[in-house]
Design a protein around this ligand. Structure first.
Ligand code: GLT
Ligand code: MN
Ligand code: MN
Length: 391
């Protein structure tokens, strides 16, 4: 049996908009036909994914009548059942329609904000009907080019107001649903509000129901800012706020590339999988492993499924490499946590007595600064595990 073949326990998911991406970009037309959602469900199941995620309009076009909507939803549900796929996450498209050109929840026109909240309530109903337990908010148009158009503090307040409103809606409906906020620094807007996962984490702490809301960090988005994605994810995990994750790849400083997971910066991808899978003994991330990326524009449909299989395969190979790395005796020795019977209790918490005792100690900064830490050795060993030399 292929040890890297995906299983439902891996919890791999793709968006309809990812494997359904026809390859359109700002400079060129679609290169692949637009596939039907039911076809994508069938093909994803064949590839070994467990879940499929969607925006409201990936399934139900804007302006569809109630009966058209119901028919599309029924067809989709039959396909899910026939092929054994679930919908772990759903989201609203609040960025494609011209109505959202000035933002959705933060737009200056109250009618746009009202429409965005109504569209979100409808999309939440749809997501819940399909079984989604996680609802993502990516504010694709929440930002500016002409920044004088509003005080940025107003944008923050409007975003909070909309999220509070929608949390109350979910509670009122007694839905079992949590929200995950996705940050991005720029593109499609010149500057976007809440540009990083850290910004989102703070916003969450100011909401009426912070317990319902977490984050959905995306590799490419944090990378676009030149920041460490692994650190952002770790901070979210430490705060129990990693509700969802968007896996892909990205070269730093470029446009949003949404490349196949692991196809760039393998070291970061390795450290990320190690963190998510808890191979060093830390708590494991329990949510879906969602791939928010698409096949190269050079590909036909066969290339799309090659891309999907490759994403999952790379994840599983990296997981095996991380397990081998963390089981290595030398590595364990190099990263073993040092305990200090005197200092640890003294430093655990401030008290006047502890501070006095700390002041009474003699420190030898020269000795502290002179010893090497062995991190060259550690990092090289990691690279060798990553390249498959050991384990
Ligand atoms: C869009 C965006 C992604 C978001 C999706 C969810 S839509 O493809 O680039 O990062 O996660 O709204
Ligand atoms: Mn994303
Ligand atoms: Mn992206």
């Amino acid at each position: 049996m292929d040890p890297f073949a995906p299983t439902p326990e891996d919890r791999f998911s793709f968006g309809l908009w990812t494997v359904g991406n026809p390859g359109r970009d700002p400079f060129g037309e679609a290169v692949r036909p637009v596939a039907k959602p039911t076809h994508l469900v069938q093909k994803l199941a064949e590839c070994g994914a467990f879940g499929v995620n969607l925006h409201d309009n990936d399934l139900v076009p804007m302006g569809a009548s109630a009966s058209e909507r119901d028919l599309l939803v029924r067809e989709f549900q039959v396909a899910l059942k026939d092929h054994g796929l679930v919908v772990p996450m759903a989201t609203t498209n609040l960025f494609s329609h011209p109505a959202f050109k000035d933002g959705a929840f933060t737009a200056n026109d109250p009618r746009v904000r009202a429409f965005a909240v109504k569209k979100s309530m409808d999309a939440i109903d749809l997501g819940v009907e399909l079984g989604a337990k996680i609802y993502v908010f990516w504010g694709g148009r929440e930002g500016t080019e002409a920044d004088a158009c509003r005080d940025p503090r107003t944008a923050v307040a409007r975003m909070r107001e909309a999220l509070n409103y929608l949390c109350e809606y979910v509670r009122d409906q007694r839905y079992e649903l949590c929200f995950a906020l996705e940050a991005k620094p720029n593109e499609p807007r010149g500057d976007m509000y809440f540009p990083t996962t850290g910004h989102m984490l703070h916003l969450i702490s100011t909401l009426d129901h912070p317990e319902m809301v977490g984050v959905n960090p995306e590799v490419a988005h944090e990378n676009m800012s030149g920041l460490s994605f692994v650190h952002a994810v770790a901070q979210a995990m430490e705060a129990d706020k990693l509700f969802h994750i968007d896996l892909n790849a990205q070269k730093i400083g470029r446009y949003d590339q949404d490349l196949r997971f692991g196809s760039e910066d393998l070291k970061q991808a390795f450290l990320l999988v190690r963190l998510l899978e808890g191979t060093s003994g830390t708590p494991r991330y329990q949510g879906p492993r969602h791939f928010d990326s698409h096949a190269y524009r050079t590909e036909d449909e066969a290339g799309v499924w090659e891309f999907a299989r490759g994403s999952m395969r790379t994840y599983k190979i990296l997981k095996a490499r991380a397990q081998a790395f963390d089981a290595d005796k030398e590595v364990r020795g190099l990263i073993a946590e040092r305990k200090d019977a005197l200092l640890d209790p003294l430093m655990a918490r401030y008290s006047a007595a502890n501070a006095r005792a700390l002041r009474g100690l003699t420190h030898d900064p020269a000795a502290l600064g002179s010893a090497g830490l062995g991190y060259e050795r550690l990092d090289q060993r990691m690279i060798e595990f990553l390249m498959g030399v050991h384990g």
